[in-house]
Design a binder for this molecule. Structure first.
Ligand SMILES: Nc1nc2c(ncn2[C@@H]2O[C@H](COP(=O)(O)OP(=O)(O)OP(=O)(O)O)[C@@H](O)[C@H]2O)c(=O)[nH]1
Ligand SMILES: [Zn+2]
Length: 206
């Protein structure tokens, strides 16, 4: 495969990348020196370059636009709840720059025009916001707001369940603790509809 082709929707960081790879490399070299490592030893020589490419990938959402992503719609004349559950998320905690990972569940009620988006776009939308320095609450709201702003929807519900490695591998050291956040917009704020959507989203239909 050509190295110019996007992999999993992520453009490779190259000459056209908006990310300043040499700057990340220099910074990583400094970090290695600061923690007492030798950045010139065999195993570490290539590390600053690898980290730069990895950061370009995990922060690629900074250069992606939800409106563009959700521009492809089609008419389905479906005005009942649509739910996509268990979308894997890998994001980066903006406080410690370590990962948080888990699952997102998205539900929406299409609006009167019946214009819906492809299901894969919902999963891609999560990545637009997950692949940035983030907090889980903002990630959850941004996904919900993008669906309200760019699609014709009567209501939206987004639930994110994640484990934060900043709470597992360091600091308070509580592996397995799960943080659950939700964002509800429009008609799904109605208590009955919300309860039904929440049950479907988080396992009620399993
Ligand atoms: N609300 C929220 N908090 C987060 C998220 N990710 C990390 N945090 C928290 O951000 C807080 C940062 O706290 P600080 O006291 O400034 O940093 P710290 O000394 O490294 O804190 P500890 O993690 O408790 O060691 C911690 O309590 C983290 O658990 C998130 O997505 N949402
Ligand atoms: Zn953190």
């Amino acid at each position: 495969m050509s190295s110019e082709l996007p992999v999993n929707g992520v453009a490779p960081a190259g000459a056209s990348s908006p990310v300043d790879l040499p700057r990340i490399e220099a910074a990583v070299r400094e970090i290695l020196l600061a923690v007492g490592e030798d950045p010139d030893r065999d195993g570490l020589v290539e590390t600053p370059g690898r980290v730069a490419r990895a950061y370009a990938e995990v922060f690629s959402g900074l250069h992606e636009d939800a409106g563009e992503l959700l521009a492809t719609t089609f008419d389905l004349e479906h005005d009942e709840l649509v739910i996509v559950r268990d979308i894997d998320i890998y994001s980066t905690c903006e406080h410690h720059l370590v990962p948080f990972h888990g699952r997102a569940h998205i539900g929406y009620l299409p609006g009167p025009t019946g214009k819906v988006t492809g299901l894969s776009k919902l999963a891609r939308l999560v990545d637009v916001y997950a692949k940035r320095p983030q907090v889980q609450e903002r990630l959850t709201s941004q996904v919900a707001d993008a669906l309200v702003d760019h699609l014709d929807v009567q209501g939206v519900i987004v639930v994110v369940e994640a484990e934060h490695l900043c709470m597992s591998m360091r600091g308070v050291r509580k592996p397995g603790a799960t943080t659950i956040t939700s964002a509800v917009r429009g008609a799904l704020r109605d208590p009955t509809t919300r309860a039904e959507a929440m049950a479907l989203l988080t396992g009620g239909a399993r």
